[in-house]
Design a protein around this ligand. Sequence first.
Ligand code: F0G
Length: 458
Amino acid sequence: MNFPYAEPFKIKTIENVKRSTMEQRKQWIEEAHYNLFNLKSEQVFIDLLTDSGTGSMSDNQWAEIMKGDEAYAGSKSFELLKSTVQRITGFKYMIPTHQGRAAENVLFSALVKEGDIVPGNAHFDTTKAHIEFRKSKAIDCTIDEAANTDVFHPFKGNIDLNKLEDVFKKYPKEKIPMVIMTITCNTAGGQPVSMKNIRETGALCKKYGIPLYFDGARFAENAYFIHKREDAYRHAKIKEIVKEMFSYGDGMTMSAKKDGLVNMGGFIATNSEDAYNKATVFAILFEGFITYGGMSGRDMGALAVGLDEATELDYLESRVQQVHYLGRKLMAENVPVQQPIGGHAIYLDANKFVPTIPKEQFRAQSLAIELYIIGGIRGVEIGTILADRDPETGKNRYPDLELVRLAIPRRTYSDNHMNYVAAVLEHVYNTRHEARTGYEIIYEPPILRHFTVKLRKI
Ligand code: F0G
């Protein structure tokens, strides 16, 4: 029999959230200079800004928090995290960091130098910024299908092996310290990479003698898609899939705030003793001693438990199916969303949603502001503002996709919340021909501007 899925957990603690009026929200967003990052969380009804660090922990994770060993060196909590990372990823060495970008900072400080080339599948913005900050270059080798929101492709995060090989042929090996494969690919819309593509990318990297590193922030969700969409893995356990995925690479950076099911944390894991040794120097410099690297003992304990919980099929089924539940509701009303729906978020195609606003006036940002004012829902722009200016020309980079991301926190909102979000979106979409305002920038920092940019209504 085919009953609907239901969450494999029940609720023990709740957090109240406040409702507000449209008039209040209009005032608050103006005071926030039309930057949703500047809103107070109390001014938000449903917060879909990110799925990063916003999920709920289990009773077992909270129990592990009480057992945290806060020794400066060699704590039990570190040993628990290390053995869990080794068991789940197969990587031998592990260095904790306080979050994902800290793992990037430590690893890239050790391996990436000026003038280097780091190919990958649409690097996440902090990854790209850490590469460009070192005056090296990130080259996007994602398959072309990723840029078309109408095309159904089961693994839109895949690397185009021809594009990657072209990069390998064009630059000397010494200039390419690593390839970074992001699973799932956040920038392409939370889209997974197939096992076949991981295997083939791994083989190509080996052929050219270039290390393959994963950005594993959503590795468990990637494994779920492999389980669902790749025939050979229908009967494989998630933990087996995860182990095989990582077996084709040399190491990973991890933002544990996603598939680690914790509110803060990260790590580097690798099989390379050399990379590990080099990275420890920067870990101590930037993060802390190598057995805590920016995390409390209790947080390492909660992460160890979270990694185990996140790699269970029942959990992943309810997590990803909730995202897809919202996606299906929107598609049924023809609301333009990126397809197929990814693992952690819905991406609204702003080019189709607000086509009357010129792209120079930040379409996707305008749409995100509209959703907040109408429904108290906070999403995030993944478009021109996020793309930053070209470091060489100083001009705005206009990406092919102008998206608004609605990221769903893990184990946090109910399907009723999803129904509310869908109702607000349908309303905004059905009134899309009404006049909408664009925005102009009145302040921006040189990189990662989307966090602190200030805007004015045009
Ligand atoms: N890699 C990916 C794929 C990410 O999505 C993120 C963060 C990071 C690295 C950096 O990790 O935040 O722990 O320093 N993504 C968040 C998001 C911020 O909203 O998608 P971090």
